[in-house]
Design a protein around this ligand. Sequence first.
Ligand code: ADP
Length: 727
Amino acid sequence: MSLNNILLDNLLNMVDAIIAVSLLLLALASMLKQGYKKEINRLFAAFSCFMSIWLMAFDFGDNIWFTQQVASIITGISCASGFITLIFLMLFILKLVSYKKLDVLAWRSLWLLWPITAVSATPLVAGVAVISDDGKYYNFTYGPLEWLYAAGILFTVGVIAYGVIYGLSHAKGMQKHQLKATGIGLLISIPPTVLFALLLPLLTDNIWWTNFGTAPILILVISLYFGVVRYHLFDIRAAAVRTLAYVLSLAALVAIYYVLAIVISSLFSGVTVAGQSPLDVILTIGLLFIFQPIKKFFDRLTNSIFYHDFYKSDEFFARLNNLFTSTTDLRNLLERTAGEIATTLKSEQAFFFVHTGKDHYVTAGTARHQQLPPEDALFIQSIYGKKPEVIVASMLDEDNPIRRLMISHRIEIILTLVQADVIGYLCLGDHRTSHYTNRDAKVLLTAADGLVVAVKNALSIQEIKNINVATTQQHIDAATKELRISNALLQHIDSEKDEFVSVASHELRTPMTVIRGYISLLEREQLGPLDDGQKAMLGKMGANTKILIDLVNNMLDLSKIESGSIDITLTDNLLDDLIDQAFKDTIDLYNTKGVKLTYKGPKVMVSTDTTKFERIMFNLLNNAYKFTDAGGKVSVTSVVDDAKQLVTICVADTGIGVAEEAKAGLFRKFSQVDNYLERQSGGSGLGLAICKGLVEKLDGKIWLESTIGVGSKFIFTMPMSDNKQTK
Ligand code: ADP
């Protein structure tokens, strides 16, 4: 045997080992998940096991370290297992084709075929192993009954071929796809196998041909995997895809190894690579490094072939939710949802059957969808009416009436839409390219809740639309209800925002105060002398920091007022004292600007919180001063209303005034009238909102009277104290 022959022999043996392992894995997987209960799976597993036995016996039986007797027994095993493999393949294919007559014939022919397999294990067919001329391996010769064996094999192959051809012309849908995948594999692999393993050795009396008899089966294995994964020959898709990627990677590695080995050994003649030479070790290590990239490549390849109909469930749900909220028109909702589901799940058709009232229903779905007659819907309801459920036609027993009903309407899946009662069904037609998966069913079931809510919503709105006069009130009710809901939602958002503002302001106040402290340290030149430019800059920094701190304080106060967490301590106070205190805080400002500030009012006791009252007065006086030009006048007056037990306090200025249209919004947060004074003074628009909040907390009211260009009056009331005695 030449070196290249040894290499070739090794390569072929490797291929056979890969075939055997992948077949056994596939057989094992087909037994899982209760697969062993199905006859077709059992036939396939038997086929795979005998195929593996045959391959091993075929490849290793000629090893010279067996005694002649053992080698002969192995030959017998090889002949018999080869034949049994074909028999199981025949039964498997006929199950797949479901051609009853041929199936019966095949099972009957077993009476003849089994005896032939028994005989084929003996020297009568398998012959006796003889050591080859060069003494390196065993040669096999067929025995005297070889023709019987050949006839049996040709018969079996004939039945398989006929079964495949019949199936391809008669089968439909998924079955046809499965058959195509398996049939093409068979057509490519069986003829060369029969030719090399049986006919050529018989005709030429040269056993060397058998070396090539097994490799073509790799194609059959790949096509079987294809059938499994793409067309659900068995329900083991994921496992099969991964195994296939693995097997392909191994096969690629083996191929690379041998190509390199042949190249190297022909370049450096005399170096045998496929042995124990150092080159072999280097080659092997090199291959180890490229295994991962190769595996990745085949992973991607197999994914793109088998999972191209894959979809992301979260994105699907998001699209559905968008649909649910985009329309309340029932028909529109049903049609668009059916379209989305049919596109994503690759359904030939999708439609809804929805009860709209007693004996009333709506059907809507993809173009030219089928119908579900009401009596059929009632029938389904009598069986599946309790909880949301996915009914798959092909999973039901053959004699199940629901299955027959579904098939007659070309429905493969029904999703029941249930909320207390059945409100309807979503019906899906056959899968366009392959088969629905368990995942599809789970996704549908998850979507069911949202579907029910959306359909119910659309139904109730339709009801409102349908009934005329009587429904006007309902209409209003529904609208009011919706408004109330959105109002509650807004309030919730508002309170969340307030909380945020309050937390953020707290966090801001501390660093701002620290900054202001350092600025004043610098300004007082306690950290070293400053030039005029630096002083001016610090002055601006100080002023702006103050604005920021005021803003933060205002925001904090307002959020406290709004959340109701502000503490109010009511005490009896002489109004004069309170006003005096407020004047003290602002009088310097007034004097500097040249605005006159006066107070006039009776001596009266008010029941109030002193700091809060001062805050109100401070804000009002501050505004009056801001919006009054030099030379103007701000007069504070108070009037007692004994009947109402109220004191009315008015802060009147001779400033710019407020335009009529701006008045209403002035007490709202962040409202400012855009004017040049405002821009100069840099307020925040919170002062009046705080005033309003505080006045109301103190059981008073606040309002504004103003004429543009003449002046403004900010007026508020405070309750008088029960103790009317002035101190
Ligand atoms: P700001 O901090 O901006 O002064 P306020 O809530 O105290 O915020 O005032 C809101 C707006 O009301 C001011 O921007 C101003 O346009 C207007 N305003 C308040 N008081 C007076 C006033 N006495 N005269 C004219 N406009 C006023």
